[in-house]
Design a protein around this ligand. Structure first.
Ligand code: MG
Length: 371
């Protein structure tokens, strides 16, 4: 653990030294890049209105240079025609470029990566995270410090309760006893029963995610107002992503914030959505990395939108990366690593629901001895 004094020393002195080292080595040392697909086993079968599954495959990238390894991960999204295999192929195709670049120039490098890889946003996110992990380790600072953020500002994270039978839901709520804010997937025919089952065992505040599942604007208003009466504080994506026309009709008739998720992929979506939603859910895997996510958060703030940072099911690599930006947001939904049984790393922790960012250089990942 760094003391305050050594932290200040790291901030003040090491970056200058690190830059000197970089400039002396970047012209001669070659980087190595490795990509790997990992199968993450889910603790519970995960059901949303879109799919049901027992595992997820994600793409891992390691960036090796000057004795430092930067690690990144992206969770490819089937909806956007991404798979772990397509993500791996996309990164493998630019390995010669990545091996020739200076990862200290991570902003410039990611500009090239965004231009060189068509689609494959999870792949881009994995590269971005690996570059930033490498660069902040090289500077000797936790990544959130490179962004000028205070770990003490990290919010509580929600813990998601997947769609299931009332019996299993009661069990899942019991497992979530350390989390003060629960998230429930709604939008299926039995969502009243699910919320009622949760309410039978806890009075914690809830947020709900419809994943585009409400059948009409009228049904959405009825359901959102009922959910609000049950202590639900926010609703995500009530209608299909392309339906912006009905969103203000809904917002005029409900009293909890309505957040865009499936409608919001990348920075250019934020100004388009601003007149129709109260906030946006930013996901690193969908936008192509932390640098893209930072653009989205800045744009959302300029447009007076609430900001949520969300995640896909993934290991502690992607979740710890997203958590580095959590001091900037209103709501964090970063529990994707808590849903898997074989996390290869540890990183961000949750204490009484609050995200605890590692106080180690880079992402601060460590191998998980239990994996
Ligand atoms: Mg969502």
């Amino acid at each position: 653990m760094m003391t305050r004094r050594t932290c200040m020393g790291a901030l003040g002195a090491v970056p200058a030294l690190a830059m000197a080292q970089q400039s002396s080595t970047s012209s001669t040392a070659t980087a190595g890049v490795t990509t790997r697909i990992r199968r993450l086993q889910l603790k519970h079968t995960w059901t949303t209105v879109m799919s049901s599954s027992t595992y997820r495959d994600t793409i891992f990238v390691e960036f090796h240079k000057d004795g430092i390894t930067g690690t990144g991960e992206g969770a490819p999204i089937v909806r956007y025609h991404e798979s772990a295999a397509s993500a791996k192929a996309a990164i493998d195709a630019i390995v010669p470029f990545l091996e020739s670049c200076d990862p200290g120039h991570y902003a410039k490098v990611m500009g090239e990566v965004l231009a060189r890889i068509p689609g494959e946003w999870a792949a881009k996110a994995a590269v971005d995270i690996a570059l930033l992990d490498w660069a902040s380790q090289r500077m000797g600072v936790p990544l959130h410090r490179m962004f000028g953020l205070d770990a003490a500002d990290a919010p509580v994270t929600t813990f998601s309760i997947g769609i299931d039978t009332p019996e299993v839901i009661r069990q899942k709520v019991a497992e979530a006893k350390d989390y003060p804010l629960l998230k429930i997937k709604v939008g299926l025919d039995n969502d009243d029963q699910i919320v009622t089952a949760v309410r039978a065992v806890t009075d914690k505040p809830l947020i709900c995610d419809a994943n585009e599942g409400f059948p009409s604007k009228e049904a959405a208003v009825d359901k959102i107002n009922w959910l609000a009466s049950q202590g639900v504080q926010l609703i995500e994506q009530p209608l299909p992503a392309q339906n912006l026309a009905d969103m203000n009709w809904i917002r005029e008739r409900v009293r909890i914030p309505v957040i865009a998720d499936e409608a919001c992929l990348r920075p250019e979506d934020v100004p388009r959505l601003a007149p129709h939603f109260d906030g946006v859910n930013v996901k690193v895997d969908k936008c192509g990395g932390l640098q893209q996510a930072l653009r989205m958060i800045g744009m959302a703030r300029a447009l007076n939108l609430k900001v949520m940072i969300g995640c896909m099911v993934s290991s502690s690599v992607a979740i710890t990366a997203a958590a580095q930006l959590s001091p900037l947001v209103d709501y964090a939904d970063l529990d994707g690593n808590l849903l898997i049984a074989n996390d290869p790393y540890t990183g961000v922790l949750v204490r009484n629901g609050k995200l605890i960012l590692p106080n180690r250089p880079g992402l601060g990942l460590q191998p998980n001895p239990a994996a």
